[in-house]
Design a binder for this molecule. Sequence first.
Ligand SMILES: Cc1ncc(COP(=O)(O)O)c(C=O)c1O
Length: 474
Amino acid sequence: MIEPREAEQAVALVAERAREYLAELEERPVRSPTAEESAARFAGPLPEEGDGTLSALTTLLEYGPDAAIASGGPRFFHFVVGGATPAALGADMLASTLDQMAGGWVASPLAAELEVVSLEWLQELFGLPASWGGVLTTGATMANFVGLAAARSWWGEQHGRDVNEEGLAGLPPAPVFSSGYIHASAIKALAMLGVGREAVRTFSRDTVGRLDEDALEAALRALDGAPAILVGNAGEVNAGDFDPLARMADLADEHGAWLHVDGAFGLFARVTPRTAHLAEGVERAHSAISDGHKWLNVPYDCGFAFVRDASLLAKTFTPTAAYLPPPDDARPNFGFLGPEMSRRGRALAVWATLRAYGRSGYRELVEHHLDLAQRLAARVDEAPDLERLADVPLNIVCFRYRPDGVSEADLDELNSRLGDDLLTDGRVYVGTTLYGGTIAFRPAIVNWRTREGDIDLLVDVVRELGARLAVRTK
Ligand SMILES: Cc1ncc(COP(=O)(O)O)c(C=O)c1O
């Protein structure tokens, strides 16, 4: 039998090792050269007799950090990955300790109240109307799912159908219009919602994906008043660019469409007057989403969905069962407003980090990252063997390695191989993408620990490994 005191011993053991890990996190390579061997240590048959609490945890602590990627550290620039602020980390450890079921008030007044307050604070931070409703999700994918579920309910209603009760069968395909910036997760959400990936039509005026406003307007006009769903993108992943959201809001008004805005990280542009104009118009959308584990820097997993007409969330997501509170329970039951019923107490970390650092702390953080992105752009511009491929409106710098003597035809291959080498090298972590048909790097600066030296190291390592590869290529 498991002894209760083992829980205390487990927490003490992990807390001590966690402290050591954090103390050296800024010095660690992002990826250890022995990560794969360490990861392989965990395989084996299901033990008949377990090792016991402390022994299992000791194995995990011995090989786990080496097999892990130091994505909470300052030099992880791949994807769009934030770290965990000290307050968020502490609160998240508390969330595991208290182990709250955050589906409803009865199960956890703490989690429910913190979620109410956190969502109010986030709406204030992002300048979204206080009258909107919202819910915390596992991330931006599920936040897109929630926002687009509300859009789907609304769209069904325009056709005189309650799609949550009756389904979509017999209805025409739902028109979903966006720019080429639409994120894969919004398309995935539409697949999960039964709207279908093929419902999406993108209107781009170039190979990068910028919105063709005239084509969008013509497509809306061609619908002749039939309802459509627009997906606006606040921050696309290759260069951090934005769709013209105010224009999309105008078009939604004129044509009676729903506007959903994916602001997984770009909604944070609204936190500082330096970039707020980029996301102007989000407040006129019908749904908008963002991520917690990106720029808010709370641990995985956390996202937020906000919807103008919150009653649409209840229509899709409220379950009915005799053992549950009634659907019209006046107390906050967030399991009735999003896809999961049993849920982690994510609001502990959100509340704690907002309480700890406040509006000005987040403005400072975002501005710090804006400055670092400009520093990176300047370092790229001054390096003779690097080429910047896009403007830097926010926190992502899109560039490629371009030494003398390599033909245009060979540059994609060179940059692709350099991308692999960078991940194996592990001092910094940065991924590649296809930008306007060209293989490019797209470091995203989102972690509260990142400093100027980390940016400089990124440039130095790209050039060092690039030069080595270019010599081998020639
Ligand atoms: C614009 C955008 N939308 C949605 C997502 C999906 O977010 P998540 O991975 O949190 O589900 C991302 C992730 O990078 C993103 O950048």
